[in-house]
Design a protein around this ligand. Structure first.
Ligand code: HEM
Ligand code: MTE
Ligand code: MO
Length: 466
C-alpha cells in the first residue's frame, strides 16, 4: 500500500463522470471504479461521486460501511489521497431521527432498519406501533402536520394542493387492516441457501396494522382526474425524504390498483397519528402489495402513462431469475417491478435452536401467514418429519375481511409432538392462499441475486435434550 502513488483532489477530479476511467476517493484511498459501475446494486447513483469523494454519500447510505463493501472497494485501489485533501468527518444526517423501541432488532442503524422482535410479534393481531418493523432508505423527515402540503398532479401537469386538515374534512374516512412486508423479508434465509446482496432481514420485516385515511380515488376525482382515462396507466407517489441531490424516495402502482376500494392515503396507524418512522403525517397504504410501494411522508401524487422513474421502482425491488448471478450485469428493464406479494408464512416462536426436553412431549409454536392481492389464507400446515406428514394449525383472522379481500395477516398457533428418539428436528411451516397458491419447498427455484420475496417453507431447528 505504501508504494502506491499519491494523488491530489485536483487529479482525481479529472476522472469525473465524462472521463474514460472513473475514480472516486474514500477517506485517504483513491479508487478506479470504472469496471464496477454496471454491477453497482445502487445503480447510477454511484456516478454522483465520480471524480470526488464517496464520503458524503456514504454518510447517508451507511450500508456501505461494512467489511464486505470496503473489501469490494479495496479491489479497485489505485493510490492514496494527498493528506491535505482527505475529507473531514461528515455531520450526522440522522441526528434528528426519532427514538426507537429497544426491542426492535437493528439491521442497519443509519438509515434505520429494524425488524420486529419475533418473540413478541404474534402476541398482538395488530402490531403495536412501537414494535412495527421500520424500513428507511434515508433520514426521517421532521414534518409539522400544519405545514404539510399534499400535491396532486394531473396528466397535463395541473396541480392541486391539499393540507392534512382539508384532506380529513373533504373526504370520507376508511379504516383497513393491512400488512406491510418488505420485499427483503427472509433474505438471510435465502442467503444461507446461496449468497445474496442486501440487508440481512430474518423473518420479521413484516407487521400488521389498522390504517385510517381517505381513498386515493376520491382524491384523484376531486382533482378532476378520470381514473378510467386510458392514458393513465400508473400513479406515482413521492416521499418527503430526499437524498443529497434532493431526489425523494418514490414509487408507483398500476392505475387498476390505484382506483380500487382498498388504497388509501392514511393519517392514522392503529388509531393514533402515524408515528414519524412510519410516514407522519401522511402515507399511502396499498393493501396486498409489497412494502416498497407504500410511500411514507407522502407529499406528491402524480398520474402518468409511465411507471415512476425512481431508483426504487426501476433499479431495485425486481427479482431476477436464478440464472442471473452475483457479479453479472443486472438488466433491470428485463424484469417487472414487484407489486403483489406471493404467499408467505413463517414461524415466530420458538426461536431457532431452542432446546426442549423430550419429556415435555410437545412444543407450542406461533407464526404468521399472508398473501398479496387480498388473497386470504385458507390453511397453514406444520411438519416435523421433513415434509412427509403435515398437521393443520389454528388460525386467527380479521372477521371483517373475507377470503377475497384479506389484507390483514393470519396468525397461527399449534402444539406439535416432539418426534421420538431424535436429538434434533426441524419444525416446517407453509401456507395455502385463496388461489390455492402455496410455497416452494426450498429456495433453489426462486433464488435471486438481490434476495427478494423469499417464501420457501420456513424451517426452525429445535434441539432435543433427554
Ligand atoms: C448499494 C457498493 C458508491 C448508493 C451498494 C451495495 C454495494 C455498493 C456493494 C450493496 C449493499 C448491500 O448489500 O445492500 C458501492 C461502491 C461504491 C458505491 C463500491 C464506490 C464508489 C455509491 C454512491 C452512492 C451509492 C456514491 C450514492 C448515493 C447506493 C444505493 C444502494 C447501494 C442507493 C442501494 C441500497 C439499497 O439496497 O437500498 N453499493 N457503492 N453507492 N449504493 Fe453503493
Ligand atoms: N417511503 C419513503 N418515503 N421512504 C422509504 O424509505 N421505504 C419503503 C416503504 N415506503 C420507504 C417508504 C419500504 S422498502 C418498505 S418495506 C416500507 O416503507 C416499510 O414501512 P415501515 O417502515 O412503516 O414498516
Ligand atoms: Mo422494503
Amino acid at each position: 500500500l505504501k508504494n502506491l502513488p499519491i494523488y491530489t483532489q485536483e487529479e482525481v477530479k479529472k476522472h469525473g463522470k465524462e472521463a474514460d476511467r472513473i475514480w472516486v476517493t474514500y477517506k485517504d484511498g483513491v479508487y478506479d471504479v470504472t469496471d464496477f459501475i454496471s454491477m453497482h446494486p445502487g445503480g447510477e447513483k454511484i456516478l454522483l461521486a465520480a471524480g470526488a469523494a464517496v464520503d458524503p454519500f456514504w454518510a447517508l447510505y451507511s450500508q456501505h460501511k461494512t467489511a464486505e463493501v470496503l473489501k469490494i472497494l479495496e479491489g479497485y485501489r489505485i493510490g492514496r489521497l494527498d493528506v491535505k485533501d482527505v475529507p473531514k468527518a461528515e455531520p450526522d444526517a440522522f441526528s434528528n431521527d426519532p427514538e426507537r423501541h429497544p426491542a426492535l432488532l437493528v439491521r442497519n442503524a443509519k438509515p434505520f432498519n429494524g425488524e420486529s422482535p419475533p418473540s413478541l410479534l404474534t402476541d398482538h393481531f395488530y402490531t403495536p406501533n412501537e414494535l412495527f418493523f421500520v424500513r428507511n432508505h434515508l433520514p426521517v423527515p421532521d414534518i409539522k402536520t400544519e405545514d404539510h402540503c399534499l400535491t396532486v398532479e394531473t396528466l397535463n401537469g395541473k396541480t392541486i394542493d391539499l393540507s392534512v386538515d382539508e384532506l380529513k374534512k373533504k373526504f370520507k374516512s376508511y379504516t383497513i387492516g393491512s400488512v406491510i412486508q418488505c420485499a427483503g423479508n427472509r433474505r438471510a434465509d435465502m442467503n444461507q441457501y446461496k449468497k445474496v446482496q442486501g440487508l440481512m432481514w430474518e423473518g420479521t420485516a413484516i407487521s400488521n396494522a389498522e390504517w385510517t385515511g381517505v381513498r386515493l380515488r376520491d382524491i384523484l376525482a376531486d382533482a378532476g382526474i378520470d381514473v378510467f382515462d386510458e392514458k393513465i396507466k400508473h400513479v406515482h407517489f413521492e416521499g418527503s425524504d430526499v437524498d443529497p441531490t434532493g431526489t425523494p424516495y418514490g414509487a408507483s402502482i398500476p392505475i387498476e390498483k390505484a382506483r380500487g376500494n382498498e388504497v388509501i392515503v392514511a393519517y392514522h396507524m392503529n388509531g393514533v397519528d402515524i408515528p414519524r418512522d412510519h410516514g407522519a403525517p401522511l402515507r399511502v397504504i396499498v393493501p396486498g402489495n409489497v412494502g416498497a410501494r407504500q410511500v411514507k411522508w407522502l407529499r406528491r401524487i402524480i398520474v402518468s402513462e409511465k411507471e415512476s422513474d425512481s431508483h426504487w421502482q426501476q433499479k431495485d425491488y425486481r427479482a431476477f431469475s436464478p440464472a442471473v448471478n452475483m457479479g453479472d450485469e443486472l438488466k433491470w428493464d428485463t424484469v417487472p417491478s414487484i407489486q403483489e406479494y406471493p404467499v408467505q408464512c413463517a414461524i415466530c416462536t420458538p426461536a431457532p435452536n431452542t432446546k426442549v426436553n423430550s419429556d415435555d412431549g410437545t412444543v407450542d409454536i406461533s407464526g404468521y401467514a399472508w398473501s398479496g392481492g387480498g388473497r386470504g389464507i385458507i390453511r397453514i400446515e406444520i411438519s416435523v418429519d421433513g415434509g412427509e406428514t403435515w398437521s393443520s394449525c389454528e388460525m386467527e383472522q380479521e372477521k371483517k375481511q373475507d377470503l377475497d379481500h384479506m389484507y390483514a395477516w393470519t396468525l397461527f398457533k399449534a402444539e406439535v409432538k416432539i418426534p421420538p428418539i431424535v436429538k434434533e428436528f426441524n419444525i416446517i411451516a407453509k401456507a395455502v392462499d385463496r388461489s390455492y397458491n402455496t410455497q416452494p419447498e426450498t429456495a433453489s427455484g426462486i433464488w435471486n441475486v438481490r434476495g427478494l420475496i423469499h417464501n420457501a417453507w420456513h424451517r426452525v431447528p429445535i434441539i432435543v435434550k433427554d
